[in-house]
Structures are given as structure tokens and as C-alpha cells.
Write a protein that binds this ligand. Sequence first.
Ligand SMILES: [Zn+2]
Length: 263
Amino acid sequence: MEGVGLHSGGRITLLVRPGREGIVFVREGVSIPGTPANVVDTRLNTTLGSGGTTVSTVEHFMSALYGLGITDCEVEVSGPEMPAFDGSALPLFTLLREAGARDIPGEAPEICLPHPVSVEEGDSWIRADPGGFSISYEIEFPSRAIGLQRYHYDGTDYGGRIAPARTFGMLRDVEMMRAAGLALGGSLENAVVVDDDRVLNPEGLRFADEFIRHKVLDLLGDLWLMGAPLIARIRAHRASHRLHVALARAVLDAVRPQERGVS
Ligand SMILES: [Zn+2]
């Protein structure tokens, strides 16, 4: 696959190969396992790194892998970030589904919680409770085009309900990022851009609640860094990549206490 990097603006190619070591990103010969421990930046996106080599914006790719249940593959990327494609996970999901997947017996047991796990920062929080899988996500933006949105995802029809939802940004933030040399590849082709009560994309939205569906897409991608499905009742309020990854780390701590050296 080939596409434009949202921040660098350069053309970036991806080559996805079968693998047996979990999800492993490879850039300039450096292997970076896609795990919560290897997340080095969550400010604008989820960035993985190892020994100074980084790959940014892995979350939409990881989300597509969640949608297909793919736990093992090697992803060779030619630049510093994953291509943006149309800002959603749909192109990745569609291509990977066409390629197909093979079962690896005995791999990736589901992650079940022994007790509730929560993370918070200011008035943002995520809570995961033991139980069947579901996500309830809520966001609230001053922009009237977004406002208060809630979405309940029960794990069904990822390709139809979640994968097509595009990333979004405020026009004033895009202008600030451009001035800082970021978002150089960003356009109405790969993001929904909002100016207060208006969506600037001429084609409009793919869903009336596309924004909150994209937040669910991001959360599913960030949680897929754990390497196996998390079976829990998850509620998120105004969360971010930072909190998504914090939850993944807290869940791993909760289910693998022996790896924290507490004995
Ligand atoms: Zn996103």
C-alpha cells in the first residue's frame, strides 16, 4: 500500500507480511514491536519507538487489525509515519481483508479483567469493568458541528460501523499545525475539518455521528497494542490517545501482576 503521510506530506509505502511475533513495525531495518510499552508519544497520534527510530500514527492500522482479528504480522514502513489514506481505517481494512488471514493455533488468548481498571486525567476518563465486550464512548466539543456525541459499540460490523469513520480536526488547529511544520499532508481528502458549526468537506459526513465513531476506531486501535482482544465493558469520556494507551498499560498490569516484579 502507498499513501501520503499526514504530517510529513511525503509518500510512504507499507508492506505487510505474515509474522509470528505479534504486530511488529519495521523501519530502516529497526524492528519496533507494537506494544503499549513501546509507545513513545501520544500527543497528536500514537507513536511507537525503539532506540530512537519511531513510527507515528499507527492507530488506524492497528484498528483495522482489530477489525480483522489479526494478532501477528510484520509491517515495513518507508517513512516516519503511517500513510493517512482517507483518514479512516477502511482502505487498510479492505486491503487486508482481501489478502486474508490464517489461524495460528493457541495464540492470543482473550484478556479478561480480574477487577475494574480505570485511568483519568482532568475531566477525561476511561473505565473497564469485567464482563462481555462493549465500548460506550462520549465526547463533548464546544464546536456546534460536533457538540455532545455518544456511541455504543458491541463489537459487531466493524467494517460497516467503525472502519469508515474519518479522523477530524479543527480548522484553527490545522492552521497552527501547518505553521509549526505539521499536517503538511493533511487535506480534506484525509480528514474531516470543522470550523465551529460547519464541516468544510464538500461531501459532508459519512455518518451524522462520524466523530464519535472515529474515537471508537482510535480506542480499538490503541487497545489492540495489547496483542489480544480485551473482553471488558469499557466506558470512555472525552479520552485521548494518551488515556487509551494508559488504559492498555493498566490492564496489562492488572492481568499480569507477576511481570511487575511484585513478588
Ligand atoms: Zn484517529
